[in-house]
Write a protein of this length. Structure first.
Ligand SMILES: *[C@@H]1O[C@H](CO)[C@@H](O)[C@H](O)[C@H]1NC(C)=O
Length: 314
């Protein structure tokens, strides 16, 4: 495992989930089912939105991007976890570990930026309904999506390059089920001060600024509702913003829970449970939150499905 100069570790070992061996199969089945649900649910949303021209509105195009990001986010960690649970070969090469970390950060941030774009879209739809189509032009939507990709590439690249500078000497067992950035920092034998500082500053910027922007959009929405309060406008706002608000609460709820309730020094179980929450549960629930209560999505399902049926019967 060690190179001649004692500073090269070529692979890491992922400790996986803290479950008893006799429960391994049960958890394997559970996570496989959750992962398949995530993949199929999000794919269904992407396909429906692409196929049904009624859904080619900014809100649904952003939603389709969010589903894509959810799909990729859980595919960064879940297949490796499932594979580890199956054949008990928990090793991951050094480069694989950094790649996993890069894409984990990339799709995690992308989700946070897309939630801001969606909040802005709801703000324009409710506060400037007459100018909605001119403000939220396809060009602006595309620019917002591109901007999210650029920012998130920069952020994930920054952390990955800083991590690549570090050397790993003796310890190579990661007490987690994926290459988590903070778990890797604890294993390093170099000075990690710069990394920690950058994580602290960028983490703050990447989480707090989007969160504040979302709060600001909703503050505007609520204040415009209060100017002319009517049961109808409140119901309308709730039906168009309810799903977005649920996803935002789920996303920031887990993130805030993770950072505001610092874990005891080696409570791996709680860390892992929280990580499970945002890598598996959140991406799985998003499609359901958006489609179960949503008349447009159900209509699209009907239209796409019936069109197929008439095509087949011709
Ligand atoms: C993402 O959003 C852009 C701009 O609205 C849209 O053109 C594109 O089709 C979306 N991508 C996906 C995968 O839904």
């Amino acid at each position: 495992m060690m190179g001649r100069n004692q500073s090269v570790i070529s692979e890491f070992f992922l400790l996986g989930l803290p479950v008893e061996p006799e429960h391994q199969n049960l958890f394997y089945a559970l996570f496989l089912a959750m992962y398949l649900t995530t993949v199929l649910g999000n794919l269904l949303i992407i396909v429906l939105i692409q196929l049904d021209s009624h859904l080619h509105t900014p809100m649904y195009l952003f939603l389709s991007n969010l589903s894509f990001s959810d799909l990729c986010f859980s595919s960064v960690t879940m297949p490796k976890l499932l594979q580890n649970m199956l054949n008990e070969d928990p090793s991951i090469p050094y480069a694989g570990c950094l790649t996993q970390m890069y894409f984990f950060l990339f799709f995690g941030d992308l989700e946070s930026f897309l939630l801001v774009a969606m909040a802005y879209d709801r703000y324009v739809a409710i506060c400037f309904p007459l100018h909605y189509t001119t403000i939220m032009s396809p060009k602006l939507c595309l620019s917002l999506v591109m901007l999210s990709w650029v920012l998130t590439t920069f952020h994930a690249m920054l952390h990955t390059l800083l991590m690549a500078r570090l050397s790993f000497c003796v310890h190579n067992v990661i007490p987690h089920f994926f290459c988590d950035m903070s778990a890797l920092l604890k294993l390093s034998c170099s000075d990690t001060q710069v990394n920690e500082l950058v994580i602290f500053i960028m983490g703050g910027l990447i989480l707090v600024i989007p969160f504040l922007l979302i709060i600001m959009s909703y503050a505007q929405i609520v204040s415009s509702l209060l100017k002319v309060p009517s049961a109808r406008s409140i119901r309308k706002t709730f039906s168009t913003c309810g799903s977005h608000l649920s996803v935002v609460s789920l996303f920031y709820g887990t993130v805030i829970g993770l950072y505001l309730c610092p874990t005891a020094s080696n409570s791996t179980v709680k860390d892992t449970a929280m990580a499970m929450m945002y890598t598996v549960v959140t991406p799985m629930l998003n499609p359901f939150i958006y489609s179960l209560r949503n008349r447009d999505m159900k209509g699209a399902l009907g239209r796409v499905f019936c069109k197929k049926k008439t095509l087949f019967s011709l």
